[in-house]
Write a protein that binds this ligand. Structure first.
Ligand code: ATP
Length: 238
């Protein structure tokens, strides 16, 4: 078995008395999509934020074979971790292109942004058409595409997406997740947090279900989709 790009052991996140993540162990094999499913408040965002170093956590995180101790967020970004947060956090008064150029602004990449920009235009033609438009004038789906593309500008080794489908129409959700699937086929490792279980399991290679901060169930998409608890709680009737 190849070494996972990300390995998390016994992760624990607490906000004062609130325990958000408790004893979570999970891993992402290189070049795969792993999805984290679960209801509101299950601890999904806290898990991603802990991996990114945005919130302090107990337990052990290994990224590309190296233990992440007290590294800053910046150091983790330089190592190749990238998080597209739920709120997307774009610079709305800047153009699409300038938002993308900022995604390149890190120590590891002093060279020209042009080759990566061209890759992003090929991957997201809609963004190319809107390259001079202010990010604040984009539709919800286009903003999500821009947030993903900005993260990709830094050539991450692991792309973490926090609910990319949130607030988007089904057709756009399909398009965004299809892009994630294409990225995986091109070798990008992805950790995908979703409430939209059906859509996430369609593209994932493996999934974990979090409930009240703990891993309640894990497995390959087919097994999860066949599990009665998942069907009842997350998939509903077709
Ligand atoms: P959602 O889908 O609603 O974003 P989630 O699965 O991502 O949910 P988290 O946002 O990680 O869950 O929240 C897990 C728990 O931690 C919740 O009980 C939440 O209220 C709490 N929590 C999250 N962030 C903070 C914070 N900054 N301060 C205090 N409590 C927090």
């Amino acid at each position: 078995m190849t070494q996972p790009i990300l390995d998390v052991q016994a992760l624990h996140v607490a906000y004062d008395a609130i325990i958000a993540v408790s004893d979570v162990s999970m891993s992402v094999p290189k070049g795969s999509i792993v999805t984290i499913l679960g209801p509101n408040g299950a601890g999904k965002s806290s898990l991603l934020n802990a991996i990114m170093g945005v919130v302090p956590a107990g337990g052990a995180i290994h990224f590309a074979g190296r233990a992440l101790g007290g590294e800053s967020v910046e150091a983790r970004v330089n190592d190749g971790l990238s998080l597209v947060p739920e709120k997307r956090e774009l610079f709305y008064s800047m153009s699409v292109e300038d938002n993308l150029r900022l995604g390149r602004f890190r120590l590891r990449h002093q060279g020209s942004a042009e080759p990566m920009l061209n890759e992003m235009w090929a991957l997201f033609p809609r963004l190319k058409e809107r390259r001079r438009q202010l990010a604040g004038t984009l539709s919800g789906g286009e903003r999500q595409m821009l947030a993903m593309a900005r993260a990709l500008m830094g050539e991450p080794r692991l792309l973490m997406l926090d609910e990319p489908s949130l607030g988007l129409a089904p057709l756009i959700v399909r398009e965004i997740l299809q892009t994630a699937s294409n990225l995986r086929d091109n070798g990008v490792s992805i950790l995908l947090v979703e409430q939209n279980a059906r859509a996430a399991l369609r593209i994932a290679d493996y999934g974990y279900v979090l409930e009240s901060g703990r891993v309640m169930l894990e497995g390959e998409p087919d097994a999860l989709q066949a599990d009665q608890r998942i069907v009842e709680s997350y998939l509903g009737v077709r």
